[in-house]
Ligand binder design. Structure first.
Ligand code: NI
Length: 165
């Protein structure tokens, strides 16, 4: 049996989602001594608000597309939570909800209710959305004179994608 097979394709896709969340939660390490209040520009969202926005989007799409997997949602999309450990807990919870929504819909052979031509596109949408905001967070840090060095970022972000385990 070849090691790469269609059978483990779905596991690999779910694993990519888990890694995406690991990277996002790892990014919170940069804020263990503050900085979540930083904004790239006046009037724009703070870094804390970007994190809660990502969490909120995950839960809203799960609610709309796979309500059987929905979790309680704080209606404040751009809440300004300043405790990295609280943000990490929220992100882990919403990542589990997205995972469950996609896994259960694929396994049941059911479409999402409102969006997406295939349930897997929810994962791709969220990964793309969060990569976009990840870049914004790093830019905001740079603009605030607190750049996140490539050495630090490599270990907790790119290596999570690339290193063989
Ligand atoms: Ni967004």
């Amino acid at each position: 049996m070849p090691k790469i097979s269609n059978q483990n394709l779905f596991d690999a896709l779910l694993d990519s989602w888990d890694r995406n969340n690991t990277i996002l939660v790892n990014l919170l390490q940069a804020f263990s001594h503050g900085g979540l209040e930083i904004r790239a520009m006046e009037g724009g969202p703070s870094i804390a608000e970007l994190f809660t926005h990502m969490h909120y989007c995950r839960l809203i799409f799960v609610l709309e597309d796979a309500p059987e997997c929905a979790r309680p949602i704080n209606r404040q999309e751009w809440a300004s939570e300043q405790d990295p450990s609280v943000l990490a807990r929220l992100l882990n919870e919403s990542a589990a909800a997205v995972r469950e929504a996609v896994k259960s819909r694929v396994e049941a052979g059911q479409d999402m209710l409102v969006h997406y031509d295939h349930p897997i596109l929810m994962l791709q949408h969220m990964i793309w959305h969060e990569g976009y905001h990840h870049g914004q967070i790093k830019l905001a840090l740079k603009l605030a004179g607190r750049p996140f060095s490539d050495d630090e970022a490599g270990l907790i972000t790119w290596d999570v994608w690339m290193n063989k385990t």
